[in-house]
Write a protein of this length. Structure first.
Length: 367
């Protein structure tokens, strides 16, 4: 799920929203301002209902963000690289590279989100109680009560023991700890996730016969089925790649270029002969980085390649491929044997290997 709009960083974590979040924002605002609030608190100015709906919908999205931030910050404390948070139609997702190193770490990461949601439900519930006791404005009390209930529902829903929900992660950690087999635990929890998704989807179809709310349940069920299937496929591929060294998929003895080479010479001499997407830049035996064909194209002919160098992470020939998968999806890696450059790995190399495995592992999309 890609960001349509980036909101900045919170606690060092990049936060963005997908355009589909406008749908849930509009549905909540309309449901509150157009139906629930006027029905519960009659006789107020329409602007009061609209303002109540807008502010409550905004507070709900902030609650979703707090839920995902909890996951992200705890994951970072356990050594995972957090790449960002995206709010979208069905809630939010925190993205981080790699997997928890231990079942205990997975429990803490997965449990942090529902814990924060329940904490917010408690805070909003207490505020609602105080407003009720002080006989404060009923509309405000109603909005706060709704936030308490929706956060409690969010916490409960996410603890359902079905992947990819947080409850599925908690069960996965338990099964992993008992069996010592991460892949087996993943496949078991994703089976439950698919079953729960189908049950939710069928319930949605049934309810949709007389209420539009069923369409929402159907969408949630479809998401759970899809996400669980993808997770199961990824687990199978990781199992097949376990122990495979990076040298298996690298391009050995890559062609190198000096930083002094001008763009015109590069385009004339290198591309027609080799057609690689990236070339290491080497001066006097020292690797300075890489230049990519995408970056070079369109540059002035006299520009030296040294002005177009991009950083590239380094690894060794025996590094297991599974350790590098998160980085390989978006970066180029230079492979060394001691101090000697022996290969380069690009996202295209990873895609080619995954396409090969996809023919052997049903249910895993290579792209």
């Amino acid at each position: 799920m890609n960001d349509t709009l980036r909101l900045g960083r919170i606690g060092g974590v990049r936060v963005g929203v997908n355009w589909t979040v406008l749908v849930i924002f509009a549905l909540i605002t309309y449901g509150l301002a157009g139906e629930q609030l006027p029905r519960a608190y009659k006789g107020l100015h329409p602007l009061a209902y609209a303002l109540g709906g807008l502010l409550t919908a905004t507070a709900f999205l902030a609650s979703l963000l707090a839920h995902e931030l909890a996951h992200a910050l705890v994951a970072r404390r356990h050594g995972l690289t957090v790449t960002g948070i995206t709010l979208w139609l069905l809630g939010g997702v925190a993205r981080y590279e790699g997997e928890p190193a231990t079942p205990g770490a997975e429990v803490r990461i997965a449990g942090s989100g529902p814990l924060v949601s329940m904490l917010l439900a408690t805070v909003f519930g207490a505020a609602s109680g105080i407003l009720h006791l002080t006989r404060a404005d009923g509309l405000v009390s109603g909005c706060v009560t709704w936030l308490a209930l929706i956060n409690a529902l969010l916490a409960v829903f996410n603890t359902i023991p079905a992947a990819p929900l947080d409850g599925g992660r908690l069960v996965h950690a338990l099964l992993w700890r008992r069996s010592g087999d991460r892949v087996k635990a993943t496949l078991q929890t994703t089976q439950v996730g698919r079953a729960f998704g189908w049950a939710t989807m069928l319930a949605g179809f049934y309810i949709a016969m007389w209420s539009a709310d069923g369409l929402w349940l159907t969408l949630v069920g479809w998401f759970l089925i899809t996400a669980a299937g993808l997770e199961a496929g990824q687990a199978r591929v990781r199992a097949r790649l376990d122990g495979v060294p990076i040298r298996r998929i690298m391009t050995p003895d890559p062609f190198t270029v000096p930083s002094s080479m001008p763009v015109a010479e590069f385009l004339r001499e290198m591309l027609p002969r080799h057609r690689h997407s990236a070339y290491p830049v080497v001066d006097d035996g020292v690797v300075r980085g890489v230049v990519t064909t995408a970056r070079v194209r369109g540059e002035p002919p006299g520009t030296p390649l040294g002005a177009l160098i991009e950083d590239a992470e380094r690894t060794t020939t025996e590094t297991p491929l599974t350790e590098l998968l998160p980085r390989l999806a978006r970066e180029r890696l230079l492979v060394f044997d001691g101090d000697r450059l022996v290969g380069i790995v690009t996202p295209h190399d990873l895609t080619r290997e995954l396409e090969h495995l996809a023919r052997e592992v049903p249910g895993f999309p290579a792209r």
